[in-house]
Design a protein around this ligand. Structure first.
Ligand SMILES: [Zn+2]
Length: 510
């Protein structure tokens, strides 16, 4: 337990956006602006609650935007890195996030790159799910690295995502009622050589607590914070442990994470900005914290205004073990179509990202899928080539596990079974490893009817039989082939349509 924190100390600033300049010249750091009514009014309320040390579990609903074609979405590993970074950034606050029912894939070119905030409002109000903080990953959120709409959600640029980028933490800070420490200076360029004003006016259209009915909205005003802190409870962000800061563009810091740029307050007192704050516009490498008072505000927000984002249930545990590839490994030969990749289940993992590439750096990925199984079936690969593949486990709260070590396989020469035969049958792989399932495509006339399946060995001995009914053209058949010696086998399907024979080769037990 900590001392009582009077929300009197909480102040009001809301909306905010973040722009980045030096590192990401095309995007402004943040589009969010403003001071929330909650923060303003909290000064006049009793404390919501003592601050406890309990971890608060906050539901996040990610929406990953692609173009109409589905292209251009953030790479899943980059998204996983971003979510991991978000939880790391919030670690000291004991606020942790989990994905509510996984992520949502949206394909809409006009949202994927949106040139103005009203389009982003449309995106959010169309797709938001209740009882969660909605987060939209887009290629370009109206020229910003990100922004927060208090009545909508947060938007994050692909280019400002990933590990070592704190844009998501910054925008979530806004969503939990934190303003910029430099509120009032957004869109203005601080100039040391002109007198610093005592009051600033600013236009926070679209970034108020509720959708503005008047556009542009009337100007807001903010007092300029003094270096001595004497007006800290009523000036700028109204948070007293975030010192004055007038820099509303991406700025570099020195070895102590202070701004290179010197500023002076309205009394002439000189200071440098604190780049450690996630809510500043310092470069990402300068940032590493929320202030204690900021943390109190965010926790109090979750216990009051955003109580519906909190989950009482205990989410999944972190993942500590690495997945291990079972097959194929060490250049094992696989069919060009339908190669099956298998690995050991990892404790606490509910999902796996599976990737295969011709390149060790995975710059191009021929397989890039998420599955809840412990196997994945590759589609069409190129014959006679070496591939690398890897697995990354995760669950709805923990995405920090690294990829497995890479395994390799080689594809066989192109095989005649790549195309369906004259009747429409296709089966692959024709060389089966123990436990590997057979992919079976059948003509329409066979679909949905009873089919007797029998496997004979080369000596004509019946090895296995089973009656099946497949409603679809594409099916899989699990054969108990692990019990069979290596060799050639015949699979015979018989039904009222006739008989179909297929030759299979078992590559033997382990
Ligand atoms: Zn911001």
């Amino acid at each position: 337990m900590r001392r009582l924190i009077l929300l009197t100390a909480l102040v009001s600033l809301l909306t905010q956006a973040r722009a980045q300049e030096p590192l990401k010249p095309q995007l402004a750091p943040c589009g969010s602006l403003g001071l929330s009514d909650w923060l303003k009014e909290s000064r006049f309320r009793q404390p919501v609650q003592d601050r406890s040390e309990d971890t608060m579990w906050v539901a996040i609903k990610p929406h990953l935007l692609g173009k109409d074609s589905g292209a251009g979405r953030i790479a899943i590993e980059k998204y996983l890195d971003s979510f991991c970074q978000l939880n790391e950034d919030f670690g000291p606050s004991n606020i942790q996030f989990f994905m509510k029912d996984g992520w949502n894939l949206l394909n809409e070119t006009d949202w994927h790159v949106h040139s103005d905030i009203p389009t982003g409002i449309d995106m959010m109000l169309t797709n938001n799910v209740p009882d969660a903080l909605n987060a939209y990953f887009v290629a370009d959120p109206a020229g910003n690295c990100g922004y927060n709409l208090p009545y909508g959600g947060v938007a994050i640029a692909h280019g400002c995502s990933g590990d070592n980028d704190h844009t998501w933490a910054h925008e979530v800070g806004h969503a939990l009622n934190l303003p910029h420490p430099f509120i009032g200076w957004e869109g203005k360029l601080y100039n040391f050589n002109t007198p610093t004003p005592t009051v600033l006016t600013y236009d926070y259209t679209y970034f108020h607590d509720t959708l503005d009915t008047q556009v542009p909205a009337p100007l807001d005003t903010a007092l300029v914070e003094l270096k001595d802190g004497s007006n800290c409870a009523i000036a700028a962000d109204r948070i007293c442990d975030t010192p004055p800061d007038y820099l509303s563009y991406r700025w570099e810091c020195d070895a102590n994470n202070k701004s290179i740029t010197k500023q002076k307050d309205p009394t002439g007192a000189e200071f440098y900005s604190d780049g450690t704050l996630f809510m500043s516009y310092a470069l990402d490498q300068c940032q590493n914290r929320f202030s204690p008072e900021e943390i109190n505000i965010m926790r109090a927000t979750l216990l009051s205004e955003k109580l519906n984002w909190l989950s009482p249930e205990m989410p999944l545990e972190p993942i500590s073990a690495d997945p291990v590839a079972i097959e194929p490994v060490q250049d094992q030969l696989v069919p060009v179509t339908g190669a099956v990749l298998r690995w050991n289940a990892v404790p606490n993992a509910t999902h796996y990202l599976v990737q295969a590439s011709r390149f060790t750096n995975f710059s191009f990925k021929q397989v890039d899928v998420v599955t809840t199984d412990t196997f994945a079936i590759a589609g069409q690969l190129t014959p006679n080539l070496k591939y690398y593949w890897r697995i990354r486990p995760f669950n709805n709260r923990y995405t920090c596990a690294p990829f497995s070590t890479q395994s390799t396989f080689k594809t066989s020469m192109a095989s005649a079974t790549t195309d369906p035969d004259a009747q429409g049958w296709r089966w692959y792989p024709t060389v089966l490893s123990p436990g590997q399932s057979l992919n079976l495509e059948m003509p329409e006339s066979w679909q949905g009817s009873d089919i007797m399946c029998r496997v004979y060995n080369a000596a004509g001995q019946l090895m296995w039989q089973q009656k099946q009914r497949w409603p679809a053209r594409q099916n899989t058949l699990e054969l108990p082939s692990g019990q069979w010696p290596a060799g050639v086998y015949l699979l015979i399907l018989s039904g009222e349509q006739g008989v179909k024979a297929m030759k299979l080769t078992m590559d033997g037990g382990r």
